[in-house]
Write a protein that binds this ligand. Structure first.
Ligand code: ADP
Length: 529
């Protein structure tokens, strides 16, 4: 790719040194420095030099001497000034001349000439050069010789500077192209790929060298939002070639591995001086995440409104029956209804609690109190409570005699266990058969809760740990849930430095497991996640 790897500007400084050196030699000079003019032409603030036969520090010395004296300018293009012998003595160039001459007594008398170099476009800079005092070459004596050299130097330098500006621009564009977080590709008029930036490589999985020269449609396989192939007619680049602006158009592309995803595309075009399209540019951004967030928002609203409405409707139903003046209820019937109201209120309360919990996690942290914890008695206690609450469930314990201690927050791990046990019961139609097991590994202890319930399809086994995500099997049933429990469990377990996962077969059952680091192996647990 041409513009992401610009030529180095060293070539240019060599070119400028040659130009300046020839001008100095033509003018009968020995050495010199060319100070580039900045826009305001202030030699004091110019800092770019081109040196000829001078060392950098010598040039600085010379310039600081010159700065205190008269400067050439448009009105006075040439200033000549003798150089003090103290300064001459510090120049290696003068010393070498002096040695060559083999006369140890006197340094050569030098003078500096400063020539204002300009062209019709304005000042280019000032050429300061050193020559033997009173050495008047024929070219220099003739004023026009002086201005001829100056004009040629101005033309040459101007061209070199333009080239340098171009190179700098190329470097800047190259950096933008390389660093851009958006994918950028350019094509010729036959829609063959010319450039393909690193963001584009990351997005599609293709390497630039594999796609340059290929038809862009064959590489990206663009489709519309509904997944229909985009024909040439719908191609955003062709639309840009036709003079239409394509801004933030949503479409799908297919990555090298066959994965299809949504991107937002902008297309534009570079036209020739005759108004013909020459290069098409396509930039694109992956918007899968934004789409997923939108989807999550709408799932959130539907799940939450459903979850809130159901208990409210039940409470309201019972309350209106109880409030009727003609209602005659025996104490047992009354008790059943009041119990139902209480349960629904508890459900509402738990849901609001979970919502707050989830938003706290989202906001960046949970306070944890980490202590050495013996898991076996904790599991026994949670299971015992569950047996009392749900006597029809069959819960088996499978705990080894000696379990190593883990480092954990007792309250939070109790919540994880309750959540997993409750899910195992909830998602087991009929009589729930649950096993709570524990086993010690080299670095961690693994707790598993298994059931023989409805199971989870393989493709959903990852997503159920996300907020508000429920498996199809659950949403199609009448079992209620907000999809928050597993999200909270995962946040808690990961904050302990552990993992949580599920192994499940649809219609046969699921095993949810989580690991906690053994006390003696534990890194300091993270509190923020
Ligand atoms: P909720 O149960 O409130 O919907 P969770 O976050 O606890 O939320 O669970 C997310 C989803 O994972 C559930 O909706 C259900 O689809 C699935 N799931 C969780 N536990 C089980 C289980 N033991 N058996 C089958 N599916 C389960």
């Amino acid at each position: 790719m041409s513009w992401s790897q610009p030529h180095h500007s060293e070539e240019l400084s060599v070119q400028m040194t040659i130009l300046v050196g020839s001008a100095i030699r033509l003018l009968g000079g020995l050495a010199g420095v060319f100070v580039l003019a900045n826009e305001a032409f202030d030699p004091q603030s110019s800092s770019e030099y081109t040196l000829y036969q001078l060392l950098e520090e010598e040039a600085a010395l010379l310039l600081s001497h010159i700065r205190e004296r008269a400067q050439p300018g448009p009105a006075r293009p040439l200033v000549v000034d003798p150089l003090p012998s103290s300064l001459t003595a510090q120049l290696s160039m003068a010393n070498s001349l002096f040695e060559d001459e083999g006369t140890p007594t006197r340094l050569p008398a030098l003078e500096r000439c400063s020539v204002f170099v300009a062209d019709p476009a304005g000042a280019v800079g000032v050429l300061h050069y050193l020559r033997f005092a009173s050495l008047l070459t024929p070219l220099v004596t003739a004023g026009e010789g002086q201005s001829l050299v100056s004009a040629q130097l101005a033309a040459g330098l101007r061209a070199a500077l333009r080239a340098q500006t171009l190179v700098k621009e190329q470097q800047r564009l190259g950096a933008i192209f390389e660093q851009s977080a958006e994918g950028i590709l350019s094509v010729d008029v036959a829609l063959r790929i010319l450039d393909f930036n690193p963001a584009m490589e990351r997005l599609t999985g293709w390497h630039e060298h594999e796609v340059v020269g290929r038809f862009y449609g064959e590489v990206l396989r663009p489709k519309d939002r509904q997944g229909h192939e985009l024909g040439l007619q719908g191609s955003p680049i062709l639309q840009a070639f036709a003079g239409q602006r394509v801004v933030e158009r949503e479409m799908m592309i297919v990555a090298r591995d066959g994965q299809q995803f949504s991107v937002s595309v902008n297309a534009s075009c570079i036209f020739s001086a005759h108004g013909e399209p020459t290069i098409g540019i396509l930039t694109m951004r992956d918007i899968t995440r934004e789409r997923a967030q939108e989807e999550q928002r709408s799932t959130f609203i539907s799940v939450i409104s459903h979850e809130l409405q159901t208990p409210i409707a039940i409470i309201k139903g019972y309350a209106s029956t109880l409030a009727r003046s003609d209602a005659v209820l025996n104490p047992e019937a009354l008790h059943i209804r009041l119990k139902a109201v209480e349960e629904e209120a508890d459900r509402l309360n738990a849901l609001v609690g979970n919502l707050l919990y989830a938003s706290r996690i989202q906001a960046g942290g949970l306070h944890m109190e980490i202590t050495p914890l013996d898991l076996a008695p904790l599991i026994e206690r949670v299971v015992q409570r569950m047996r009392v609450r749900v006597p029809e469930a069959v819960i088996t314990l499978d705990l080894p005699a000696h379990l190593p201690t883990v480092l954990a927050d007792r309250e939070r791990i109790t919540e994880v266990l309750q959540n997993l046990l409750e899910n195992a019961r909830k998602y087991s139609p009929g009589q729930a058969q649950i096993t709570a097991a524990c086993r010690a590994m080299a670095d961690e202890v693994i707790v598993s809760i298994s059931d023989r319930g409805m199971g989870i399809a393989l493709r959903e086994q990852e997503s159920i740990f996300e907020r508000f995500q429920r498996a199809d099997q659950a949403t199609q049933s009448t079992i209620q849930g907000a999809g928050l429990g597993l999200y909270i469990c995962r946040a808690i377990v990961e904050a302990h430095g552990g993992r949580i996962w599920v192994e499940s077969t649809l219609h046969s059952g699921s095993t949810f497991s989580f690991s906690l680091p053994r006390e003696e192996k534990a890194q300091l647990p993270m509190v923020v996640f």
